[in-house]
Design a protein around this ligand. Structure first.
Ligand code: PCA
Length: 335
């Protein structure tokens, strides 16, 4: 490895490791071309994605000796979840994080991670991501974006007020969705979907705008949903992803060394965030239970009904996605 490459790599590695292990940052002061990147994120400050984003930001700041300083704005405080991608595309902010599948209305391929029961473990999720990534990077490139890293949420389960034994029990329930797939799930189960950001979930539950939803134990825990709901069915339907992306013009304006550092730290952030997600996934469920929720697998009839709904959703996704989508799913299944 050439010396300057090795230096960049070591700086990057040391910076990330020191952040993860809780070092405090001392910056080389007064870097000549110091630049600040504000980075909006949609989820709670305490959420593991946001914490991981903070480690990423601090490590970049440290490894570039403050030449590029990334500042996280969590909880949708700078831009709301559904505004973040556009804000980055149009250069209102240089970098941001968002739920990948929230954009499946723009292009169905962004919903590759929300096909029910396709990739339901961390291992499968990583394999599907590896296969889909080149196509997604290409799509993003056309949207003036550079893909940096992606971290999955824990598996998605169903939250309800009352026990649900089959689809016969879900008719007419007001169901909070977070993307097109979750709205379709609600409709196929006879429920009434209403799309709401995680940041507004508690208010929706408190005011009765929504009375059920699908999400991870992570969001249930972050939002203390046991104050409103009692039943969690651990159906492990899919692992949706958050992804971090940069405005292409802002990216191209960075010098080569800084780009290498950002890419290196991003790789580490993907690995560390994914490990954290997996490590916490069961812990979140124990927290739901400790706060009085009944955490259980779906019963036999509900499982059968969900498989049927999943098959319909898979079919409709494949139809919309055409040969490109099919190629990804086929390659994943043949792995
Ligand atoms: N939490 C996010 C998306 C997926 C998840 O687990 C939410 O509910 O909005």
């Amino acid at each position: 490895m050439p010396n300057n490459m090795r230096d960049t790599f070591l700086k990057t590695l040391l910076a990330f490791a020191s952040i993860i292990f809780g070092a405090s940052i001392v910056l080389a002061s007064g870097s000549a071309n110091a630049e600040q990147w504000d980075m909006p994120m949609a989820y709670a400050d305490s959420n593991f994605h946001t914490q991981n984003g903070k480690a990423f930001a601090e490590a970049v700041t440290l490894a570039t000796s403050g030449k590029l300083k990334i500042v996280i704005h969590g909880g949708g405080s700078l831009f709301k979840g559904n505004e973040i991608k556009r804000a980055v595309q149009t250069g209102q902010v240089p970098i941001g994080e968002r739920l990948l599948s929230a954009h499946q209305n723009e292009n169905i391929l962004f919903g590759i991670d929300s096909i029910p029961f396709l990739a339901t473990s961390y291992e499968a999720s990583a394999e599907l991501w590896k296969i889909a990534k080149p196509k997604l990077s290409e799509l993003m490139d056309k949207q003036n974006l550079v893909l940096l890293y992606s971290v999955p949420w824990p598996a998605q389960g169903l939250y309800f007020k009352k026990p649900i034994n089959s689809m016969a029990d879900t008719k007419g329930i007001k169901f909070r969705g977070y993307n097109a797939a979750t709205n379709q799930l609600a409709e196929l189960m006879g429920m009434n979907p209403v799309q709401i950001e995680a940041a507004e979930l508690v208010q929706a539950l408190a005011t009765g705008v929504a009375e059920a939803f699908v999400s991870s134990g992570s969001t249930g825990y972050d939002r203390k949903v046991w104050e409103h709901l009692t039943y969690f069915y651990d159906v492990q339907a899919w692992l949706p992803r958050n992804y971090v992306f940069v405005n292409k013009d802002a990216w191209n304006a960075l010098d080569q060394e800084t780009q290498n550092i950002v890419k290196g730290v991003a790789m580490m952030a993907e690995a560390a965030g994914t490990a954290k997600s997996e490590q916490l996934s069961n812990w979140y469920l124990t927290q739901l239970a400790a706060n009085g929720m009944k955490v259980q697998p779906a019963g036999e009839q509900l499982s059968t009904d969900l498989k049927q709904v999943g098959a319909i959703m898979t079919e409709s996704w494949l139809q919309k996605a055409g040969p490109e989508g099919k190629a990804i799913v086929d390659a994943f299944k043949a792995r």
